[in-house]
Design a protein around this ligand. Structure first.
Ligand SMILES: [Zn+2]
Length: 270
């Protein structure tokens, strides 16, 4: 009700979720799953333009690891430890390329350099770290594969896994170069002048909470892509209208149009 007093005239217009992609994009970033121990994650915005509609409707569980598969290293390690045991011919041949070093399986490498063998979940963690971690640069698949080797890691399917990992990386897709994508899927997001239209979105809830804050309220201006954001402990209509007044109306003037989804705090009519 606070907000409506700011306007002399206001109308409501329903926009389907599919067409409301600017407001939703921050929420997509927030839905990427992090490890529980990770309380803070920095996003580097490499390209300040609206992300792809292609990312819409994607499965957010982006890097599932199949842990049901047995550790590929076990038969080789067992054979190297107990060469007298009867094993398949295949395993004996395979084992020629490996050795045990301080109890760890090591692959002899393309040029004889020792590479530490990782099982699937370790391999996944390492790819996550190198590609998308603190110093990750979201490098391409070939570079990721070369870096894995240069850091001294090995597993038999690493080339294919590096390829699949990059292909499925949500951040890479969000920041992918627009020119690589079919032009028909893009929508014209131009607005007539700066600070004409704002997209509002509520991101959350965030786990684990940061100092009690479990929501992030964002406003994105369509013309300049300017973003305003605040953390919230409670997502209420009053909080939203305060945010709009303080962060948008007071700083940029009364917007001509605001785009939101149908979240409860946005449709409050107190
Ligand atoms: Zn990536």
């Amino acid at each position: 009700h606070n907000l409506l007093q700011e306007f002399t005239d206001a109308t409501w217009e329903y926009i389907p979720r599919d067409e409301n992609f600017a407001a939703n994009e921050m929420a997509h970033l927030a839905s990427i799953q992090f490890q529980n121990s990770c309380s803070e994650h920095l996003f580097q915005v490499k390209k300040r333009s609206l992300p792809l509609v292609i990312t819409r409707g994607m499965d957010v569980d982006i890097h599932p690891v199949d842990l049901s598969k047995p550790d590929w290293r076990s038969p080789i390690i067992r054979y190297l430890q107990y060469p007298e045991l009867h094993v398949e011919h295949k395993t004996r041949t395979l084992a020629l390329n490996y050795l045990l070093w301080n109890g760890e399986l090591v692959w002899k490498g393309f040029n004889g350099e020792p590479l530490r063998c990782l099982e699937r979940s370790e391999a996944h963690q390492v790819m996550q770290e190198i590609h998308a971690g603190e110093c990750g640069e979201h490098q391409g698949m070939k570079r990721l594969y070369r870096q894995l080797l240069s850091f001294g890691y090995y597993w038999p399917t690493m080339k294919k896994d590096a390829h699949d990992f990059v292909k499925k990386c949500h951040t890479c897709q969000v920041h992918a170069n627009l020119s690589h994508k079919p032009p028909t899927l893009l929508q014209d997001m131009r607005t007539p002048w700066p600070f004409h239209t704002w997209g509002l979105d509520l991101i959350g809830t965030i786990h684990p909470p940061s100092d009690g804050y479990i929501w992030i309220l964002t406003a994105t201006e369509y013309f300049t892509k300017w973003v305003e954001a605040i953390p919230l402990r409670k997502a209420t209509g009053a909080a939203v209208s305060n945010f709009i007044r303080e962060y948008i109306v007071c700083r940029f003037g009364i917007p001509y149009k605001m785009v939101t989804d149908n979240g409860t705090p946005f449709v409050n009519k107190q």
